[in-house]
Design a protein around this ligand. Structure first.
Ligand code: BGC
Length: 259
């Protein structure tokens, strides 16, 4: 297993990164935050990631885990609800692997948060069905069954009053509509009710930057399952991306066949 992994969490406004201990998932030193380039195309983001890796990676072999606000399957981006549409179809793992000459793993950002919260956060003791949601520009979701991730669930796009739920219940929706925390909690009650009717989770974790203000809205959100704030806050994406990068770095890197 590598000793360290560079974790990178690409968001709509910032790119967060840190060197992470591969065993414990603990940040080694400072977390860096840079503005997300605009437009946030694959080329622009890849340049940022290359700079981050040059600054952070102690050796040429240090692997990289990258979290993106998109469905990522077998290293290819499949959706782009909150990032530049040019990401769709982009082979992010292969491209960054070539550019950085080291193992690269890409995962959905909410899945990264779910991995981190399960490893050393609010879901660490959670067996059974756990849903980790991230409330931000969109709503991200990670579904974990006895600690195993079911990736790319995209539960923020469930229809609510005929619209994708994230258009009504994300942090961005609260800010856009000037909702009080209590009013927003009503929307969240409806949203989590929908999740519960589908999945009957044993635990719901609420992440995203707003989890730091959980005491303002969470007491007003009614759910059947226990609902708790995320423990790792803004670090969850970086940590989870790194932990995902560590897992894949354990496997041999399969190089494309010549010709
Ligand atoms: C995207 C998800 C992402 C979530 C949080 C949604 O709009 O579809 O892939 O996890 O936003 O960033």
């Amino acid at each position: 297993m590598p000793e360290h992994v560079v974790g990178v969490d690409v968001g709509g406004t910032t790119i967060k990164s840190a060197l992470v201990d591969a065993g414990s998932g603990i940040l080694m030193g400072q977390r860096f935050v840079a503005d997300t380039p605009r437009p946030a195309t694959p080329t622009a983001i890849s340049e940022c990631v290359a700079e981050i890796v040059r600054a952070l990676a102690p050796t040429d072999a240090t692997p990289v885990g990258i979290a993106l606000p998109a469905v990522v399957r077998r290293g290819v981006v499949e959706t782009a609800a909150n990032i530049d549409p040019s990401w769709i179809g982009y082979p992010v793992e292969d491209s960054l692997h070539t550019a950085l000459a080291r193992p690269v793993t890409a995962v959905n950002d909410a899945d990264a948060a779910g991995i981190a919260e399960t490893r050393r956060g609010a879901a660490a003791a959670g067996s059974g069905v756990v849903v980790v949601t991230t409330l931000g520009t969109g709503i991200g979701s990670a579904l974990l069954v006895d600690g195993t991730l079911v990736p790319n669930t995209e539960l923020g796009h469930l229809p609510m009053s005929g619209r994708p739920a994230e258009h009504l219940a994300s942090t961005a929706a609260r800010e856009r509509e000037g909702l009080s925390y209590v009013k927003w909690a009503e929307r969240l009650t409806a949203y989590y009710g929908l999740l519960e009717s589908l999945l009957t989770p044993d635990l719901i974790v609420v992440g995203g930057a707003v989890s730091a203000s959980a005491d303002r809205f969470l007491p007003h959100v009614r759910t059947r399952a226990p609902i708790v704030p995320a423990a790792l806050g803004n670090d969850a994406g970086v940590i989870g991306a790194a932990l995902a990068g560590r897992r894949v770095a354990d496997q041999p890197v399969v190089m494309p066949a010549a010709g």
